[in-house]
Structures are given as structure tokens and as C-alpha cells.
Write a protein that binds this ligand. Structure first.
Ligand SMILES: C[S@@+](CC[C@H](N)C(=O)[O-])C[C@H]1O[C@@H](n2cnc3c(N)ncnc32)[C@H](O)[C@@H]1O
Ligand code: SF4
Length: 361
């Protein structure tokens, strides 16, 4: 079964580290017009691919929480999904949010962009909320009935000390969310941080943050299943698991990407262009080399990788276990023979492992 990603491209303000397709909201948001466009887009792609139901849905951004529960209700009636339905929320937009209404609209998983609980860090990151706002958003989401919540936290922040990064994690863990995404801050091209780089911690403090941070998460009962994703038992993000196991998904909304079989789709990035032609979809067919590489790029992010059976089922290609490049990776102690997976050493050097495949493609 297919998943669905819907992109919401506006934010109150652009964060200096962010390279997502997000645009500062100038003026008022025409919510009805955007939801209408998403429904047209959905229906067009759905009939192109013969998709009837979705196994998971993800409302990402940008800031989907700028939209009201009634907007999601209208959208979810058009979508139809009995599985996991996630919405990303920025705690700076949820002061008056009616979480119970989001839940009764059909959203059953919340992903809160907390980033840090430290006022100085939040200010350096250009966030529009305080740590108290994040705390409040979390507690009112719980009261509103959300029993599946992810917190996004970043580390390696400008001039961050090891203890500060660990304190953020402790604060996150104390709230007992079902899932924590713990990302290392990266400086992306075409962001404000790229033009005026802040001072980031060196390799040694970053490595200390990771060693101690991973231990804190493990001791609190979280299990790492992907590079940045930690879960309580059974609370893996089903939607992201579908990406990482190279499943199919439709992508609707400005700049959204999709994948069905060998086809990649994308939509106009600029919200105004998307709104004028919401049913226009660019399509590109992947060749065997692209398919193999994209599969590995996703599956090797998983601690356990995937089986070779899933590899063949999702790519239509025979297992690569006997190919020279895979054998070389195994001989170097980086790859496993029995699965599409790295060894623990390969996982520590994931970028080099992936580069090895890139230079072979
Ligand atoms: C698409 S953002 C959506 C969340 C929401 N817009 C917010 O910021 O509250 C998903 C997450 O990616 C992470 N992220 C974004 N840019 C990043 C960067 N340059 N380096 C590391 N993590 C980043 C942040 O933790 C963010 O919450
Ligand atoms: S709120 Fe999220 S999506 Fe928007 S600019 Fe900041 S990090 Fe990017």
C-alpha cells in the first residue's frame, strides 16, 4: 500500500539553518485555497496511479500547524487513511491550538519542533518560541488526546557545550514522548547560516555529545532504529519507515516529492506557482543504477537495514550480495552478507559507505 506526504510551505519566519521548502508568511494565509489545491492534486495523482487508500499520511512543512483542525478534517475526508497520520507542529504556533480538535479531525501522531530547551540556543536558532511554549504545547497535546508524540531536538548548535546538549535531551526524555528525533545541526547551502556561519562545536565535543546522548536515550528505554530516530518499543514512525524501506508514496503540495515504482514525482516549489497549477506533476523514471543507489541511500540509514527480499520486491532487481562492490564492503567489515545492512563499524562510517556506492554508479 502507498503512503501520502502533504507539504505545507509556509512558516511564521524562516529559521537561519533551514533549507526546507518553507516561505515566511507575508500577509494572510488563504487556507481554503491551499486545501482545495491539495485535494485537486491528490485526486489527479490518485487516479494516475490507481491509489485508493493510504497506509500512512504525513503533514510536513513548513508549518502545517498554521492550518486549523477543520482544514485537516476536510483534507482527511478526501484522503481516507486508517493508519498513522502525523502532523508537524511548531510550538510557536500552538498557543491557542485546539489539540483535541486536531485529534478528532483524524491526526493521531504529532511531531513537535522543539529543537532545544535553552533560551540562548533557541534565540541563536532564530526560533519563534520559548522552551515554556514547547512544554505547554506538549502538555496540551497530551491533554488533547495525543498518545503518539515525537519531539525534534537538534545538537551541535552554535557554541553549544556538551552538557547543554545533554540537558536538552534530559528535558526531552523527562516529558516521556514515544519518539525522539535527535539531529546534528548541519549547515546547508543557501541558508542564512551558510552565508554567515556560526561557530559550531568541534569534532571532539560532538563525539562526546553522541556517546553520552545515545547512552541517555538507551537508559531511558529508547531504541535507535535510524541515524537520528529513537523510539519507545513499537512506536517507530511508520511513515518514515516506508521511505527508508523504499516503499511507494504520493507527494502533494508545493515542492512535494513522491515515488511510485520506478517513477519519481515532484511539484512546483514556489507556493504561487503550485497554487496556479496544482495538478501539474513532473515525472522522472529511475534507471537500474539510480534505483539501486536510492534504495541503499534509504535502507542503510536503518540500523537493521532490510532483507534482500524487500530489496528485490521494491526495486525489481536481483540481490546485490554477489556483486564485487558488495563483496568488497563485506571484506572491509562494513557491510553484512545476509541483509541489506551495514555492520556496526559500517554504520559509524555511513557517509563513506554511501560514497563508495556513489562512485561505483
Ligand atoms: C521540516 S522541519 C519541520 C518542523 C517545524 N517546521 C519546526 O521547525 O518546528 C523537521 C526537523 O528537521 C530538523 N532540521 C531542520 N533543518 C535542520 C538542519 N539544518 N540540521 C539538522 N536538523 C535540521 C529540525 O529538528 C526540524 O524540526
Ligand atoms: S519553522 Fe521549521 S520549516 Fe519553518 S523555517 Fe523553521 S525549521 Fe524550517
Amino acid at each position: 500500500m502507498t503512503s501520502l506526504y502533504a507539504h505545507f510551505p509556509w512558516c511564521v519566519k524562516k529559521c537561519p539553518y533551514c533549507d526546507f521548502n518553507s516561505h515566511p508568511l507575508n500577509g494572510t494565509l488563504d487556507r481554503d485555497r491551499y486545501i482545495d489545491a491539495l485535494i485537486l492534486d491528490l485526486n489527479e495523482q490518485r487516479s494516475a496511479y490507481g491509489t485508493t487508500r493510504f497506509k500512512t499520511v504525513f503533514f510536513g512543512g513548513g508549518t502545517p500547524s498554521l492550518f486549523d483542525p477543520a482544514d485537516f478534517e476536510r483534507l482527511l475526508i478526501a484522503i481516507s487513511c486508517d493508519g498513522e497520520v502525523t502532523m508537524e507542529a511548531n510550538p510557536g504556533t500552538t498557543e491557542h491550538a485546539d489539540f483535541a480538535a486536531y485529534a478528532s479531525a483524524g491526526i493521531n501522531r504529532l511531531s513537535l519542533g522543539v529543537q532545544s530547551f535553552d533560551a540562548t540556543m533557541l534565540q541563536r536558532l532564530g526560533r519563534i518560541h520559548s522552551s515554556e511554549d514547547a512544554d505547554r504545547a506538549y502538555r496540551s497535546a497530551r491533554r488533547g488526546g495525543f498518545d503518539n508524540i515525537n519531539l525534534d531536538i537538534m545538537y551541535g548548535l552554535p557554541e553549544q557545550q556538551v552538557e547543554q546538549a545533554l540537558d536538552d535531551l534530559r528535558r526531552a526524555i523527562a516529558l516521556e514522548p514515544e519518539h525522539i528525533s535527535w539531529y546534528q545541526l548541519t549547515i546547508e547551502p543557501k541558508t542564512a547560516f551558510h552565508s554567515a556561519p556560526p561557530t559550531l562545536p568541534d569534532e571532539t565535543p560532538i563525539s562526546d555529545m553522541e556517546t553520552h546522548g545515545w547512552a541517555l536515550l538507551r537508559e531511558a528505554g529508547y531504541r535507535r532504529y535510524e541515524v537520528s530516530a529513537w523510539t519507545q518499543p513499537g512506536r517507530e514512525c511508520q511513515h518514515n519507515m516506508n521511505y527508508w524501506t523504499f516503499g511507494d508514496y504520493l507527494g502533494i503540495g508545493a515542492g512535494a516529492h513522491g515515488k511510485v515504482d520506478r517513477q519519481r514525482t515532484d511539484k512546483a516549489k514556489a507556493p504561487s506557482r503550485y497554487l496556479s497549477t496544482p495538478t501539474a506533476t513532473n515525472r522522472r523514471t529511475l534507471n537500474d543504477d539510480d534505483l539501486r543507489f536510492e534504495y541503499l541511500l534509504n535502507a542503510l540509514r536503518l540500523v537493521e537495514g532490510t532483507s534482500w527480499g524487500t530489496f528485490s520486491e521494491r526495486t525489481g532487481l536481483p540481490p546485490m550480495a554477489d556483486e564485487p562492490i558488495w563483496k568488497r564492503g563485506c571484506a572491509l567489515g562494513l557491510l553484512r552478507t545476509d541483509r541489506v545492512a551495514t555492520t556496526p563499524m559500517g554504520y559509524r562510517h555511513l557517509d563513506s559507505v554511501l560514497t563508495m556506492f556513489l562512485s561505483d554508479a
